[in-house]
Write a protein that binds this ligand. Sequence first.
Ligand SMILES: Cc1cc2nc3c(=O)[nH]c(=O)nc-3n(C[C@H](O)[C@H](O)[C@H](O)COP(=O)(O)OP(=O)(O)OC[C@H]3O[C@@H](n4cnc5c(N)ncnc54)[C@H](O)[C@@H]3O)c2cc1C
Length: 473
Amino acid sequence: MECDVAVLGGGPGGYPAAIRAAQLGAKVVLIEQDRIGGTCITVGCIPTKTWVQTAHALKDAGSTFAQLGVNVTGVEHDFAVTQKNKETIVNGLVNGITGVVKANGIEVVNGRGSFKDDHTIAVDGGEDVSFGQAIITTGSHALSPPVDGIDGPLCVDSTGLLQVDQIPKRVVILGGGVIGVEFASILQHFGSQVTIVEMLDSLIPTEDADASKELHRAFKKRDITMHLGARATGVQDGDSAVLSFEASDGTAGQVEADLVLVATGRGPNVADIGLEAAGVRFDPRKGIETDAAMRTSVPHIFAAGDVAGRWQLAHTSFREGEVAAENATGHEAEVDYAAVPRCIYTDPEVAGVGLTEAQARERHGDDVAVGRMPFSANARAQMYAEKTGWVKTIHETRYGELLGIVIVGPQATELVNAGVIGITAEATIETIGDSIAAHPTLAEAVKEAALVALGRPIHLPPARPRAKAAAAR
Ligand SMILES: Cc1cc2nc3c(=O)[nH]c(=O)nc-3n(C[C@H](O)[C@H](O)[C@H](O)COP(=O)(O)OP(=O)(O)OC[C@H]3O[C@@H](n4cnc5c(N)ncnc54)[C@H](O)[C@@H]3O)c2cc1C
């Protein structure tokens, strides 16, 4: 089988790459060993967020409705229905995107592919695919830390957890990164007793430090137990699992649980796909080396998504796939990573875009100012009965350029898109502060955070002298 562009892997990196290359007139073959949609649709973004929605509903029925004067009795969680809903949504999206791929005239080959040489991909049980250009989008897999007993029957990764037929009464989550905290938040609303064991000193350690602290505070209020700075040393299985850890002060601890979720990161799928035969340079831990055009060390072979090792996000994978396809079909494009939204679907939600405050201060020194607007002073947040959190704007003070927005609170993952557009358009803090935000909306908190940064908030009392001076700098 011959084609202009072969795409290896049909997830958020692969299917947009295949569609874009077809739109640009190429004959495209998409090789996928499983279902089109990849990790994101089948075992990642989509199934986890359907659980998030159920978690929100449980919280609403359990406490929010009563605050709004709606009394519900006999609230029950039918987990079998939750799972069925998740599968229905996943299957619908897989079918939808498979239809779109086919409607673009793309030939889909089912099977595991690996490079035979730099112009041929062999497919298990199928014909070889010879290509002019190729795009590698094989994604990533869950990593397991070197801890005794971590592969026992009561230890699961995120894919295993999504398939359980009963909610674990007690769960210990190894890892306080994005995947770990999302499941902690969901499972606590599902009624599990949740413990997080994290080796570093904070949750979501790569996020803005204020956001990390706010999430920690909120989790504490929700009775989620957190052992931070704690290194797991072993898991023992019996009727239940006992996870042992060593705290930062050297003391030993143990947590007993019905299930252990191992959420300690993901590694690129670079093994056994013939990268050596194709001459593509890669690092087993960091993934395939690419330039901003997503070109690998072999000029007619591109890589995109998790396997390219920059971000592990569906939306960066989408864009990288499109850019790879444009370059593979003779056009010129590059990925601009300045405004990548970072969304964490916990309760409260956390989202950021651009620089964190620490990164901004590292790059711009004292020429940085922030503005912070609490949701407790936002009218719409009060109506939602969601007053936790705030919006923080971060800008540099020489030209006023917006550098980052960080949000903790209701709809943070939606609101952050205002920051995506602002940073992409190189907006100034005045652009945000002087814009007209619809009233009453949560989005007003974004505008008002900018006004705080400019020293002229309307819905907060005047800043104290020190903060005011800092804001005016
Ligand atoms: C629990 C969880 C929750 C997540 N939530 C979010 C979220 O809310 N938002 C977000 O942006 N990101 C989220 N992610 C990350 C997101 O799923 C990934 O970043 C995204 O799926 C990466 O896309 P990809 O195309 O690079 O790889 P994948 O989605 O992993 O797709 C790779 C595809 O390649 C196929 N493949 C691999 N090797 C071969 C081969 N040799 N031959 C043929 N086919 C092959 C695989 O079967 C797979 O379908 C989440 C991830 C997890 C695990």
